[in-house]
Design a protein around this ligand. Structure first.
Ligand code: S3P
Length: 433
């Protein structure tokens, strides 16, 4: 287990930086471009542990993906029905996005495939994808009454369905929409609240008929009616990675950071809205759109924060940002409440329990609730020995806490940062001197 030691910064954080590419969009590009007919360039892809898992799985399914240079992949697509039976288990590591989205693709193939991963992945709930995929006609087996990995697929002729998601989850929505590509009739998904729509946007950019019947109802046409065209995909920086630097700049006095080229998908910007209510000011510059995704540069400077409430439809829009948001709330004046966030309990760690447990070790006043937190602030944090719980987002949130805590903070289990942000510590020392 690797340890990371961090002491409070003596200088404000300043400068312009580019955090790594978006993890969600990289996974999708790796899964979808091999299904196109012809060559696609994926520029600025995220090279991390979890996206490597997807890349390896796609290669095992017969995809031809060439590493052109450190940031560019060339994918020689052979069409929608070109995947082949893998010889071994498709190893998804600890990546929920890999296993759930690939499940949608494997469900539509006429061969045997098995998806599995680390002990942490084996604890993530899969009934939520198994049930709709079975309704579509897929043959699937999973452990413990179809609830947990491994997932075994034996193909099937799929049909389009209309399905109401019990939780707002982009992974589940995407699994169904991807399986919908292999049906002969349209598939419609209803979400309880809007979640990130990268799959829909990428499919549209590839010429697939995807319609929003309402903000929470999406229909994908079966592909027999569509010509897929070739494309080039340039992946923006990940707002979930930018989030650590955004909060660091807010908390370290006299800081100002510009985070370049960040994806600003509506399903991902809940943190900016919550922090704005708390008194943060963001200036979004160079706004543009690429492959249907909104992008911009985020400029943020330090601010005095006040408490706020988060719940309802905002939760899925900042679902990965609660560890760093909780840290921001420990420095805000008043009582911050997070509700309706039960989903945090089934992420890379039980994020309600792990975030509360570790921030408390640093002196935070944070109370765990069934569906969120109550955080009283501001509290003076003191460095301590803390644990990442094998959760990359918790590890990096604790590192930002270490920047403002008194004395040294030691984070155990630092290696999980490579899941999404391999050069985090390098960028952090770059801006903090
Ligand atoms: C993701 C969706 C979210 C998020 C995860 C990535 C995606 O999960 O937490 O990190 O790429 O679709 P859920 O769909 O389970 O909320």
């Amino acid at each position: 287990m690797t340890e990371f030691r961090i002491s409070p910064t003596t200088k404000p954080l300043r400068g312009t930086l580019r955090v790594p590419a978006d993890k969600s969009i990289t996974h999708r590009a790796l899964m979808l471009t091999p299904l196109l007919q012809g060559e696609t360039r994926i520029e600025n892809f995220l090279d991390s542990e979890t996206t490597r898992a997807t890349l390896n799985c796609m290669r095992a399914l017969g995809a031809e993906i060439v590493e052109h240079d450190a940031t560019t992949l060339i994918v020689r697509g052979r069409g929608l029905h070109s995947l082949q039976e893998p010889r071994d288990v498709l190893w998804c590591l600890g990546s929920g996005t890999t296993i759930r989205l690939l499940a949608g693709i494997c469900a539509g193939q006429h061969f045997l495939s098995v998806l599995d991963g680390t002990p942490a992945l084996k604890r993530r709930p899969m009934g939520r994808i198994v049930e709709p995929l079975k309704q579509m006609g897929a043959t699937i087996l999973a452990r413990d009454n179809d609830r947990f990995p491994p997932l075994v697929f034996r193909g099937g002729n799929l049909r389009g369905i209309e399905y109401a998601l019990p939780v707002a989850s982009a992974q589940v929505k995407s699994a169904i929409l991807l399986a919908g590509l292999f049906t002969d009739s349209p598939t419609t998904v209803h979400e309880p609240a809007p979640s990130r729509d990268h799959t829909e946007r990428m499919l549209r950019a590839m010429g697939v008929g995807v319609t929003n019947l309402s903000p929470t109802t999406i229909r994908v046409e079966s592909l027999s009616k569509f010509e897929i065209r070739n494309s080039k995909f340039e992946i923006p920086s990940d707002i979930s990675s930018a989030a650590f630097f955004i909060v660091a700049a807010l908390l370290v006095k006299n800081s100002e950071l510009c985070l370049e080229n960040v994806g600003l998908n509506f399903g991902r910007t809940g943190l900016l809205d919550a922090l704005t209510r708390m008194g943060a000011e963001f200036s979004i510059q160079n706004q543009r759109e690429e492959n249907g995704e909104p992008i911009g540069d985020i400029v943020v400077s330090s601010a005095e924060l006040r408490a706020t409430q988060v719940g309802g439809g905002e939760v899925p829009r900042m679902i990965d940002e609660f560890p760093i948001f909780a840290l921001a709330a420990t420095q805000a004046i008043g009582e911050t409440r997070v509700r309706d966030a039960q989903e945090l309990r089934v992420k890379e760690s039980d994020r309600v329990a792990s975030v509360a447990q570790e921030l408390r070790k640093l002196g935070a006043d944070i109370e765990e609730q069934e569906d969120g937190f109550v955080i009283a602030g501001p509290t003076k944090l003191r460095g301590a020995r803390v644990n990442a719980h094998n959760d990359h987002r918790l590890a990096m949130s604790l590192a930002v806490a270490g920047l403002i805590a008194e004395g040294e903070t030691i984070i155990e289990g630092w290696e999980c940062v490579a899941d999404s942000f391999p050069n985090f510590s390098k960028l952090l020392s770059q801006v903090s001197g």
